[in-house]
Design a protein around this ligand. Structure first.
Ligand code: SAH
Length: 281
């Protein structure tokens, strides 16, 4: 489970913070670090020294131009934020985030991203609006902003606690290895795990996996294009329309089939608007 939790650092300016993040992750058993447009040399001597033996994570960390590319394959994206923003967004405590992870990550190809912002300005509104939920580490309200790597440490620790709580309690190193499962039983067990994941995410056994971040972004692009063509949305006077629609759809956690249906409706709408007689009202 821990290997499928991605820590994403956006626009980090101090290489030392990237190194200290790698160390915090390695301490807690996390390994998937992604960097988005770092503003310093991410593998500098200072970064390697602060990683203190966890520099393998630094060397393996891919660098992306934007948040979307860094989290395209993730089904749940959570942004860490030191302060509240103008548009209220679903909020998680660090503990509640950890407790959700075993279910979110029950299926072998499911991935979750935890996104952290710049040392000086945090995450932009546009970046925060690409997250399903935000997580705030409760701090002194008069001095709420933690050092970046310290914030990663706190959330990585919650991930580890949640993972430890899900380890089988009766497993001892001396115990006999479990007899090999026949292939059919293995497939059945995988199906049961997947269904348990969806049950935990959606509250009931579900038929399709949650849509990935890339699926959602393609849908939001398509929705915006269609609303512009319908003259419902004026990008010069956005009035937070797309932010509110993002919040609505992400709160619903659409599954892959539902996103396909919504995209189909948009395509049908586009077809009608393109062929409509301009005199029609
Ligand atoms: N000055 C910035 C804070 C930057 S701290 C601001 O006002 O937004 C760098 C990053 O660490 C933040 O973007 C956030 O991802 C994380 N962070 C710091 N303190 C946090 C807190 N109390 N809760 C959650 N994340 C926090």
């Amino acid at each position: 489970m821990l290997e499928r939790i991605r820590i994403v650092l956006i626009g980090t300016s101090h290489p030392g913070n990237i190194g200290a993040t790698a160390r915090a992750m390695h301490n807690m058993g996390l390994a998937d670090l992604a960097l988005v447009a770092p503003r310093g040399e991410s593998r500098s001597a200072e970064a390697i020294s602060r990683a203190s033996g966890a520099d393998k994570i630094l060397h393996h960390a891919p660098v992306y131009d934007d948040l979307e590319s860094a989290v395209a394959d993730c089904r749940l994206v959570v942004g860490a934020s030191a302060r509240s923003r103008t548009l209220p967004w679903p909020m998680l405590t660090p503990r509640a985030l950890g407790e959700r992870l075993p279910a979110e990550l029950a299926e072998a190809d499911a991935r979750v991203a935890l996104v952290f912002g710049r040392e000086d300005t945090g995450l932009t509104n546009a970046e925060l609006q690409r997250c399903h939920a935000h997580v705030h580490i409760p701090t002194n309200p008069d001095y709420s902003s933690l050092n970046l790597a310290a914030a990663v440490q706190v959330l990585a620790y919650e991930c580890r606690l949640a993972w430890l709580a899900h380890q089988p309690t009766d497993a001892t190193p001396e115990a006999d290895p479990a007899p090999a499962m026949p292939r059919d039983a293995e497939a059945e067990a995988a199906k049961a795990a997947a269904s348990a994941e969806h049950e935990a995410v959606f509250g009931i056994a579900w038929d399709h996996p949650p849509a990935s971040h890339a699926d959602l972004e393609r849908f939001f692009d398509h929705l915006e294009r269609t609303l512009i063509a319908l003259e419902f949305h004026d990008p010069d006077k956005p009035r937070q329309l797309m932010a509110r629609l993002r919040r609505l759809y992400m709160r619903a956690r659409p599954d892959q089939m539902e996103i396909n249906i919504l995209r189909g409706i948009l395509s049908a709408t586009e077809k009608k608007t393109a062929t409509r007689d301009p005199g029609e009202s």
